[in-house]
Design a protein around this ligand. Structure first.
Ligand SMILES: *[C@@H]1O[C@H](CO)[C@@H](O)[C@H](O)[C@H]1NC(C)=O
Ligand SMILES: *[C@@H]1O[C@H](CO)[C@@H](O)[C@H](O)[C@H]1NC(C)=O
Ligand SMILES: *[C@@H]1O[C@H](CO)[C@@H](O)[C@H](O)[C@H]1NC(C)=O
Ligand SMILES: *[C@@H]1O[C@H](CO)[C@@H](O)[C@H](O)[C@H]1NC(C)=O
Ligand SMILES: *[C@@H]1O[C@H](CO)[C@@H](O)[C@H](O)[C@H]1NC(C)=O
Ligand SMILES: *[C@@H]1O[C@H](CO)[C@@H](O)[C@H](O)[C@H]1NC(C)=O
Ligand SMILES: *[C@@H]1O[C@H](CO)[C@@H](O)[C@H](O)[C@H]1NC(C)=O
Ligand SMILES: *[C@@H]1O[C@H](CO)[C@@H](O)[C@H](O)[C@H]1NC(C)=O
Length: 434
C-alpha cells in the first residue's frame, strides 16, 4: 500500500500536461480496481506505468468530462464502463491468459489470392476450404489489450533493419504471415522476394529493410535439414554443432527462432557430438527432452557468445501445437483436426500435441542466458485453435488432394496453419513486443 501514493505522485508530476480529467478517471478506475481485488496483476512496476490506464474506451475529451460528471454523481466505485485492461506489455501481461472471441466484422488484412508469397501448403481457401469462421476470431488477453497489427508501424520498426526468422516449417508459416500482413501497403516496385532452398529474403526497398527466413528445423546441425531424410530413424542430430548454420545469422537486427516438431517423431533421438569422429555410426540415442536440451544449450551458448544485445534483439517462438489426436478434445478417435470449424472452448485446454517437458526445457535454458530472449508464447493460445489448420486443404508432393483424398481425415495436415489465420495472431503479439 505504501507504493500507491508515491506511484500516483510520480504520475502527477511526470504527466502534468495530461488533461486533469483523464487523471481523475485514472484514479477512479484505480480505486475501483483496488476494491475489486484484482491486485494480483498489479505489481509496483505497473503502478508506475499507470499512464496506460484508460485506453480501450477512451472518449473525446468533452464527452469524457460530461460522462465523468454524471458518473461521479453515481457510484464512484462502479467503473465497469471503463475497460480496465492495461496496454500490452510483455513483462506485465500474460498473453496466454485470455480467450478467443468471435467477431464477424473482423477481416484479415490479406487473403491467399492477394498475397503472392504464401506456400500452397498454407493456402487453404485456394485449395478449396469454404468455411470461413476461422478468419473471425480475435485473441483477447484478460489483463491487457493487444493492439491490432498495424502494418505502417511494423515497417517503421523495421526501417533500416534485417528481421530473420530461423527454424522449421512452422517458422516459415509465421514468416509468410508477417510478410503478408505488411506487404500490401508497399507498392509493387518497392518490394522483391528471393526464395532459396535454405535462405529466403523479402526486401522492402523504400524502408531499406528485409524480412528473411532461414531453414534450420533443429537449429543445430543434422544430416537431415539441408537434404531431408524421409525416414526419421535415419536422422542423426549433431547436438553440439551450430556454426555451419549460425555464421549466416550474424549481423541481423532482429532474430526470431523456433524448433519443435522435428523432435517429435516419437522415437529416441540419435545424437552425436564432436565432428562425427566415429562416423555417423558413433551416435547415442536419447529421449527427446534430453537431446532437445543439449541442442538448445548449444544454441544458447552461441547466442550468448555472439550476440550483442545492444544491437540485436532475440525472440523465440514457443512450440506450435499439433492437433492429431481428436480424443484430446473429446472427439472420435482418428478424426484429427478434420472438419473442425470452431476453437476448443474449455479454458486452459492442453492436448498431447504440446509437450510440457519441451516447454520446461525452453523456459529453463532461456532463464539462464546472458542475452535476454523474448518468448513469443503462442502455445496456449494456439492449443484452442483446432479449427485453424490446413487440414485436407493442403498439398502433398506438390499436388493438391483430390476430392476423394479430401474426405479422408487421415490426410489432414493438423500441424501447419492456414494463412490468413492463427500465425497472424502470433505476429500481432510479436509486433506488440517489438
Ligand atoms: C455497475 O454499472 C453497470 C452498468 O453501468 C450496472 O449494470 C451494474 O449493475 C453496476 N454494478 C454495481 C455493483 O453497481
Ligand atoms: C468487432 O470488430 C470490430 C472491428 O474491429 C469492432 O469495431 C467491434 O467493436 C468488434 N465488436 C465486438 C463485440 O468486439
Ligand atoms: C481477396 O481480397 C480481395 C481484395 O480485398 C478480394 O477482391 C477477393 O475477393 C478476396 N478473395 C477471396 C478468395 O476472398
Ligand atoms: C540499409 O540497412 C543496412 C543494414 O541492414 C545498413 O548497413 C545500410 O547502411 C542501410 N542503408 C541505408 C541507405 O540506409
Ligand atoms: C552462409 O554464409 C556463407 C559465408 O558468408 C555463404 O557462402 C553461404 O552462401 C551462406 N549460406 C546461405 C544458405 O545463406
Ligand atoms: C550495452 O550498452 C550498455 C549501456 O550503454 C553498456 O554498459 C554495455 O557494455 C553494452 N554491452 C555490449 C555488449 O556492448
Ligand atoms: C464433415 O463436414 C461436412 C460438412 O459439414 C459433412 O457433410 C461431413 O459428413 C463431415 N464428415 C465427417 C467424416 O464427419
Ligand atoms: C507459455 O505459456 C504457458 C501457458 O501460460 C506456460 O505454461 C508456459 O510455461 C509458458 N512457456 C514458457 C517457456 O515460459
Amino acid at each position: 500500500m505504501v507504493m500507491i501514493p508515491s506511484g500516483l505522485m510520480k504520475y502527477h508530476r511526470g504527466k502534468f500536461s495530461l488533461p486533469i480529467i483523464v487523471i481523475t478517471v485514472c484514479v477512479l478506475v484505480f480505486i475501483a480496481v483496488l476494491y475489486t481485488e484484482r491486485l494480483t496483476f498489479i505489481s509496483s512496476k505497473s503502478i508506475f506505468k499507470f499512464k496506460t490506464c484508460p485506453r480501450k474506451n477512451i472518449k473525446p475529451k468533452s464527452t469524457v468530462a460530461e460522462d465523468e460528471k454524471r458518473k461521479k454523481e453515481e457510484n464512484v466505485v462502479n467503473a465497469s464502463w471503463i475497460d480496465d485492461r492495461f496496454d500490452f506489455d510483455s513483462e506485465e501481461c500474460n498473453v496466454a491468459n485470455g480467450k478467443w472471441v468471435f467477431n464477424q466484422s473482423i477481416k484479415p488484412l490479406y487473403n491467399d489470392t492477394t498475397c503472392p508469397y504464401i506456400d500452397r501448403q498454407f493456402s487453404c481457401v485456394k485449395n478449396g476450404r469454404t468455411d470461413s469462421d476461422y478468419h473471425h476470431w480475435e485473441w483477447q488477453p484478460e489483463d491487457c489489450t493487444l493492439p491490432q497489427f498495424n502494418p505502417e508501424l511494423a515497417l517503421r520498426k523495421l526501417q533500416g533493419k534485417r528481421l530473420l526468422f530461423i527454424g522449421d516449417s512452422l517458422q516459415r508459416n509465421q514468416w509468410e504471415s508477417f510478410i503478408c500482413l505488411v506487404e500490401w501497403i508497399i507498392p509493387e516496385k518497392h518490394k522483391s522476394m528471393k526464395r532459396g532452398h535454405i535462405h529466403s529474403v523479402f526486401k522492402i526497398k523504400e524502408y531499406n529493410a528485409t524480412i528473411e527466413f532461414y531453414w534450420a528445423p533443429y537449429l543445430v546441425e543434422s544430416n537431415s535439414d539441408i537434404n531431408i531424410i524421409g525416414d526419421p530413424r535415419k536422422r542423426i542430430i549433431k547436438v553440439d554443432a551450430i556454426m555451419d548454420r549460425a555464421t549466416n545469422w550474424s549481423g541481423v537486427d532482429i532474430l526470431v527462432f523456433n524448433t519443435y516438431v522435428w523432435w517429435m517423431s516419437g522415437l529416441r533421438i540419435k545424437s552425436v557430438w564432436g565432428s562425427f569422429a566415429n562416423g555417423e555410426e558413433g551416435y547415442e540415442e536419447f529421449d527427446t527432452p534430453i537431446a532437445y536440451k543439449l541442442a538448445l544449450k548449444t544454441w544458447a551458448n552461441w547466442v550468448d557468445s555472439t550476440i550483442n544485445p545492444n544491437k540485436t534483439r532475440v525472440f523465440f517462438t514457443t512450440m506450435s501445437p499439433t492437433h492429431t489426436r481428436s480424443e484430446d478434445w473429446s472427439k472420435k478417435e482418428g478424426m484429427k483436426c478434420f472438419n473442425e470449424t470452431e476453437p476448443v472452448k474449455k479454458k486452459k485446454h492442453w492436448g498431447t500435441g504440446s509437450d510440457k517437458r519441451i516447454m520446461s526445457v525452453v523456459s529453463k535454458v532461456v532463464k539462464k542466458m546472458k542475452v535476454p530472449v523474448n518468448l513469443i508464447n503462442i502455445t496456449q493460445i494456439s492449443e484452442y485453435r483446432i479449427d485453424g489448420h490446413s487440414s485436407v486443404y493442403t498439398e502433398t508432393g506438390g499436388k493438391l488432394l483430390s476430392e476423394e483424398e479430401r474426405s479422408n481425415p487421415q490426410n489432414a495436415d493438423c500441424i501447419h496453419w492456414c494463412l490468413p489465420g492463427v500465425p497472424d495472431t502470433w505476429n500481432q503479439i510479436f509486433l506488440a513486443m517489438l
